[in-house]
Design a protein around this ligand. Structure first.
Ligand code: PLP
Length: 441
């Protein structure tokens, strides 16, 4: 799948005639006539809020693990919408579930039950061993729910001073005001007002530091099983078990953020499963809807009443359309053995990334990760974003985590041949990066 040249767009996507007859970029006519890449980029520049820094690529369609842009260029999608598109793009089962549900019932609100949501809750509980599910629309919201759950649980028991949360340096839990305060990188909360009271950050992996920070005022320990955004850092062996023991010793809850690690990505349905522990609550999003927005918090029965009616909710949470999408994803994960596949294919990807790192010791430090959540660690001083752009020029989409880790989160339907193809391209991109850095002196 050699990327098509920018200069030879396929006629159905972009023609000179289109360009000459099109309206000026900042004055769109609201019809459905085709727009060129330049026009779209101009409109984006003029009208989209500037809180992101996207590459100058506009995508128009996807199929399997491949995305296609307005210029007809095809890319192997090893970003998968930041660990979201578990079934890749245009997966027939997901497309059918969403289309049929959209034609049947899209939204009713939480004043009533809806069939798809009730079934999703039951299926998720059956698969995970939790008893109750709260639904929302994103990972940040799922984590907000988990924080509210922990505080409100103790409040309801009369323990009103138990509101402090232990969270970890380098963690990522979302962009809402509460979740940037849980997030362990201070830059994410800079300028957003007073720090949320009652969050203590300690180094990830350091049980002594957690132990020292614990106390009778701690309601919960908030942790990722692999720090995804922080640079694909798996929890050290024994860390999650140690947290479980500390939470039990001090009577607090263990709250696991499975937004990035959940839904099979790390080679088990949930990231914590291989550690032998059970958290008191987990948050899910990303892969849960396979690209359709949905988040969830799962809890055991004993916490099922911690947020009674009136204390929490979401207008769109648990809507039939999102629920149908998540049911289709869950079914495909098991029917198509995608979780075992993530483990096996993750091992193959990890081995290839280790080979690439060994081949470029001047630019790469190594690889790490679990299942299909993996990182190629670049050396200090390598500009992660520049590396990303070079890899993209070779037709592979990745993301950067922790500043200098090239993060690989392909769809779980990725094939071994696609992994090999992507690795050949990444290897070539890194060679190019070296030549460019030598040229730059
Ligand atoms: N938690 C983790 C571990 C994440 O990786 C993310 C997003 O990257 C979030 C929470 C926030 O999810 P969302 O962007 O859906 O709010």
């Amino acid at each position: 799948m050699a990327p098509t040249s920018h200069k030879t767009p396929p006629p159905e996507l972009d023609t000179a005639a289109d360009r000459s007859s099109a309206a000026p970029p900042t004055m769109p006519s609201f019809d459905d006539s085709h727009r060129t890449t330049d026009e779209l980029l101009h409109l984006a520049d003029a009208h989209l809020f500037k809180n992101y820094r996207p590459a100058s690529v506009v995508f128009v369609r996807g199929q399997g693990s491949t995305l296609e842009d307005t210029e007809g260029r095809k890319y192997l999608d090893f970003a998968a919408g930041v660990a979201v598109n578990a079934l890749g793009h245009a997966h027939p089962r997901l497309v059918r579930a969403i289309s049929e549900q959209a034609a049947r019932l899209m939204h009713v609100s939480n004043y009533f039950f809806n069939e798809e949501n009730v079934l999703l809750a039951a299926e998720l509980c059956e698969r995970t061993g939790f008893d109750r599910a709260f639904f929302c629309n994103s990972g940040g919201e799922a984590n907000e729910a988990m924080l509210k759950l922990a505080r409100r649980h103790f409040y309801a028991k009369g323990d009103k001073s138990r509101y402090r949360v232990i969270a970890f340096e380098n963690s990522f839990h979302g962009r809402t005001i509460a979740t940037v305060n849980l997030t362990g990188t201070p830059a994410y909360r800079e300028g957003f007002g007073p720090v949320l009271e009652g969050v203590t950050h300690v180094p990830y992996g350091d049980l002594d530091a957690v132990s020292a920070a614990m106390g009778p005022d701690v309601c919960g320990i908030f942790v990722e099983t692999v720090q995804g955004e922080g640079g694909v850092l798996p929890a050290p062996p024994g860390f999650l078990a140690g947290l479980r023991a500390l939470a039990d010793e001090h009577g607090s809850l263990l709250l696991v953020d499975e937004v990035q690690t959940g839904m099979g990505r790390t080679g088990s349905l949930l990231g914590f499963e291989r550690s032998g522990i059970r958290p008191d609550a987990i948050s899910l999003a990303k892969g849960l809807g396979g690209g359709f927005p949905i988040g969830a918090m799962l809890v055991p029965e004993r916490l099922g009443g911690a947020l009674p009616p009136g204390t929490h909710g979401s207008t769109f949470g648990g809507n039939p359309l999102a629920s149908a999408a998540a049911r289709a994803v869950l079914a495909a994960l098991y029917d198509d053995k995608l979780i075992e596949g993530a483990r096996a294919k993750g091992a193959i990807l990890g081995k290839r990334l280790a080979e690439i790192a060994a081949k470029h010791p001047d630019l790469c430090e190594g690889e790490r990760g679990e299942g299909l959540l993996r990182g190629l660690i670049m050396k200090k001083g390598v500009d992660g974003r520049a590396a990303l752009a070079t890899v993209r020029e070779e037709g592979v989409l990745l993301t950067v985590a922790g500043g200098r880790v090239l993060r690989f989160t392909p769809p779980l339907i990725i094939t071994e041949a696609e992994i090999e193809d992507a690795c050949v391209r990444v290897d070539r991109a890194i060679s190019k990066l070296r030549i460019e850095s030598i040229a730059a002196g």
